[in-house]
Design a protein around this ligand. Structure first.
Ligand code: TMP
Length: 207
């Protein structure tokens, strides 16, 4: 079910590592499908064969912040062009695990890459495409580390960063949410599953 323009809705999930966003994606997709929407679930970095190859490099290979930023935008350009835009134009809803806000939070907030550069690359890669709704899952450093330890897999390059990096990313997400309250909603990732589902319904099924 698309709106009068025929375009679907673009929803992104964001937040610090370990805040629990990925756990909720299948449930959100089911809710949207039950409401009659065709839903495409995808992620960044990734979402196309090329972008998934770039994801492996970005998450595993040592590189400087500028190189990392350029690779993230290369992956995003391919993803927007081949998956996200065509889906929205068909009238599908797109549920994307991370998008442009992650680059502002991690590469600018966390690593100090100039915001002007990120904005310019964003214009080129996204061509004005902005999510209709963004859910930022938030949690403390302690909760994040407990969850990552419980996951029992080797941490990636971003998950291995120190507490200072985590706090800068968390603060950057909080600022983004403050600056764009109509698009970005904060979800307390430390809440129990039922509380979180209630919040998600409120923010998504009204779109
Ligand atoms: P994920 O664990 O949520 O799949 O995300 C992979 C990692 O990539 C996560 O630690 C955040 C990082 N990332 C960035 O640093 N910048 C970005 O623009 C994106 C999309 C992800």
């Amino acid at each position: 079910m698309a709106d009068a323009s025929g375009r679907g809705r673009f929803i992104t999930l964001e937040g610090v590592d370990g805040a629990g966003k990925s756990t909720h994606i299948p449930w959100i997709a089911r809710q949207l499908r039950a409401a009659g929407h065709a839903v495409v679930v995808t992620r960044e970095p990734g979402g196309t064969p090329l972008a998934e190859k770039l994801r492996s490099l970005i998450l595993c290979e040592a590189m400087d912040p500028l190189t990392e930023t350029l690779l993230l935008f290369a992956a995003r350009a391919d993803h927007v062009q081949h998956i996200i835009r065509p889906a929205l134009e068909r009238g599908d809803w797109v549920l994307c695990d991370r998008f442009g806000d992650a680059t502002v939070a991690y590469q600018h907030g966390g690593k100090g890459v100039p915001i002007q550069l990120i904005e310019r690359l964003g214009e080129a890669a996204q061509g004005g495409l902005t999510p209709d709704r963004t859910l930022v899952f938030d949690c403390s450093y302690e909760v994040s580390r407990e969850r990552l330890a419980a996951a029992g897999r080797a941490p990636d390059r971003f998950e291995r960063e120190d507490r200072g990096f985590f706090d800068r990313v968390r603060t950057a997400y909080a600022r983004l949410a403050e600056n764009e309250p109509s698009r970005i909603r904060r979800i307390d990732g430390a809440n129990n599953l039922e509380q979180i589902k209630g919040e998600l319904r409120k923010h998504i099924l009204v779109l």
